[in-house]
Design a protein around this ligand. Sequence first.
Ligand code: SAM
Ligand code: SF4
Length: 330
Amino acid sequence: MSTHLIDGLGRRISDLRISVTDRCNFRCFYCKSADPMNYSGHDAMSLEEIARLARIFASLGIEKIRLTGGEPLLRSGIEKLVAEIAAIPGVRDVALTTNGWLLPEKAQALADAGLDRVNISMDAVDRAKFTEITRTPDAYDKVIAGIAAARRAGLEPIKVNAVLVRGMNDDQVEDFATFAREHQVIVRFIEFMPLDADRHWTRDLVVTAEETRRRIHAVYPLEDFTRDTPSETARKYRFADGHGEIGLVAPVSLPFCGACSRIRMTSDAKIRTCLFSTRDHDLRPLFDRGASDAEIAQFIRDLTLHKEPRHHINDPDFVPANRSMVFIGG
Ligand code: SAM
Ligand code: SF4
């Protein structure tokens, strides 16, 4: 039997995202983790369970693991978990997506534990707008300090995730490009997806990757250097004058489902085969009855066969479902 995890369409699944908590200390206006009402809490996986699952997934050929949330740095023992995952044979990339708040305290310990790199989320470079979006006073300086701490710890390249929402922060595009150049970070512009907490998503709110590219190119000429490797989700552009690069992630206007290599774990032990899945696969009953690693691996193989062929955002009759959006990661 192949050691690779293959879905029903023959896509090789090599990339696992694990939500280690659904809690967060920010209150980003579009995010489900912003509201304690949405926390599942008591069902959260233990760190031992997460590490065990990571090993089982690695035995199935998972090579890249990203920790996310909620805010993953709120999970106590995160450094130990990173160390355990980084030590798993076959795992060649351990990354983390964070709001950056705790990086000044934790970046060095995470790097020492074996973390390869971080994505830091920032939806505005303007301080007042950042505060409006995150609804978290005093966060801006902490996140900027977090970027500096990640750099000092060698967690590079540092990627900054910016989700653009029309009418909220689409005026930040050019300033983000300047920020990328001045702070030597790769800003990745992510199209707003219909996963928001209040289901306010409409197509009109999406700022397409092409619009973003055009606007930046008008100020700082760009050169496309995307490597067209399967499952590469971002289109990559470098500034023609050599001062850095940006990425454009276009799940809405240029879906990459055909090359999707991802699978996700929620913090309460459920496997989600697509961001837009309407059904999760609960591992809790297997844990509770003492299932062996081999049984859990077989369960994962079987459910992966039914991974969704694609999302349906672009279907004329698409209706956003009431799903959390905690696993985008980047
Ligand atoms: N708290 C961490 C953070 O903010 O980076 C990790 C979890 S957060 C949910 C992961 C990423 O998903 C963030 O960059 C966030 O902006 C992005 N995201 C959340 N909702 C989104 C949506 N509806 N469309 C696109 N990206 C979204
Ligand atoms: Fe927290 Fe990240 Fe959600 Fe913002 S996007 S509320 S930082 S989990």
